[in-house]
Ligand binder design. Structure first.
Ligand SMILES: NC(=O)c1ccc[n+]([C@@H]2O[C@H](COP(=O)([O-])OP(=O)(O)OC[C@H]3O[C@@H](n4cnc5c(N)ncnc54)[C@H](O)[C@@H]3O)[C@@H](O)[C@H]2O)c1
Length: 368
């Protein structure tokens, strides 16, 4: 690959795939959107018309067989992720893997084995890491200005009702492979774990209270992190409006994120220091941080740099995805067995082969 090669990218799955494509379209110097692929070709066509030069495909294998495609973004329902990633790597493509990357620790380990043999790379989709507010938080942590991390609270208070669950795979064990902890809070948990040194111990309560679905839609989780900070995470899909929030209390400052659920890393963060002197230092440090690209554009810009040999610390890797899978596994273990669960988890864990109950009905995994 030459140093500044533009990459030809195919989007597989035209739901959230349009969000990927719009982010990529902010980077015309780095990518050409070559294909929008969906078995629902009408849906693919309605997305493709926004991106001149993109062709529509119905057959994912035809895209994987196309030697012109450098990178594929797998935007498929969760139960399809594992095989799609394996097929993408086997075809010699770089692969973007939507969340949840896969749905068991065993599958994550198999993906790691496949990656070890592959000549291409896998990038888990953690686009929430890219936003000016979160970039400032990470810069302040790395600079040591914040001191010890004491506590944090996370809120994922969203509203999901019948229209959302009309997509057949949602709300099912076999299709979505989990509820609010797998689908909706995975990003805020990744941001917290990335900022606070990973999760060490977990205690969780989960319930299905808001919707007639199989999976949990309310959760209260307590966490101890690698930094020592204690975290509480409150989740519901029954809120009156969509709101996400992260609030961190450090030794030297209290920091609160934006409240917008999809742009929590951007916009209106507050950084309140304990003294005027510290405030001046923190403000100056924040002012020095380049806002960069946000969300999907930030992710894909980082991926392009990584593929050209740069180390991009904000970019999530397979280890970050494994940690996210471990946290989900630990939360279900804590809930089901009424115990505090310590991470990391290995092949001996009782839910290593998956947290989806064996009674899950495969028929309900149908996508469209
Ligand atoms: N990163 C984020 O913030 C974010 C946001 C929303 C969804 N997601 C994730 O993205 C994934 C997709 O979610 P969605 O809401 O777009 O779902 P969706 O059901 O709306 O879209 C998935 C699409 O995949 C297509 N598809 C199914 N099988 C296919 C195949 N064999 N070949 C080609 N296309 C096929 C379906 O026809 C459908 O259009 C899920 O894993 C979800 O968790 C991530």
């Amino acid at each position: 690959m030459t140093e500044h090669k533009k990459l030809k990218i195919a989007i597989i799955g035209a739901g959230v795939g349009i969000g990927h494509a719009r982010g990529i379209a902010e980077l015309p110097h780095l990518y050409d959107i070559a294909v929008i692929c969906d078995i629902n070709t009408e849906r693919a066509a309605s997305v493709a018309k926004e991106f001149p030069g993109a062709r529509v495909e119905a057959d994912m294998q035809a895209v994987l067989d196309d030697p012109d495609i450098d990178i594929v973004s797998m935007c498929l329902p969760p139960h399809m992720h594992y095989q799609a990633i394996i097929d993408g790597l086997a075809a010699g493509k770089h692969v973007m893997g939507e969340k949840p990357l896969v749905t068991s620790l065993a599958d994550v380990d198999r993906v790691e084995d496949a990656l070890a043999k592959a000549s291409t790379r896998l990038f888990p989709v953690f686009q929430y890491r890219f936003g000016p507010g979160y970039r400032k938080l990470m810069h302040l942590i790395e600079s040591g200005l914040l001191g010890k991390a004491y506590t944090a609270t996370l809120e994922t208070h969203w509203r999901r009702e019948a229209a959302y669950y009309a997509t057949p795979w949602r709300g099912t064990w076999a299709g979505e492979c989990g509820g609010v902890i797998v689908s909706h809070a995975i990003h805020i948990h990744d941001l917290m774990a990335h900022a606070l040194g990973g999760v060490k111990r977990v205690a969780a309560f989960l319930q299905t209270r808001c919707n007639p679905i199989e999976t949990e839609d309310c959760a209260a989780v307590s966490l101890e992190t690698g930094s020592g900070a204690l975290v509480t995470s409150s989740m519901t899909l029954g809120a009156a409006e969509d709101m996400s929030r992260m609030r961190f209390c450090f030794e030297n400052a209290t920091i609160q994120s934006d409240l917008e659920p999809y742009t929590i890393s951007q916009g209106n963060w507050t950084f309140v220091a304990k003294t005027p002197e510290l405030q001046r230092e923190i403000d100056a440090a924040c002012a020095a941080v380049d806002d960069g690209y946000s969300r999907y554009a930030g992710l894909y810009e980082a991926v392009h740099r990584a593929l050209h040999g740069e180390d991009v610390p904000l970019l999530g890797d397979i280890a970050a995805a494994r940690h996210a899978m471990e946290l989900i596994t630990a939360i279900y273990d804590s809930q089901r067995n009424e115990r505090i669960v310590s991470l990391p988890l290995d092949g001996a864990h009782s839910l290593y082969r998956g947290w989806v109950p064996e009674t899950a009905s495969p028929a309900r995994a149908a996508s469209h």
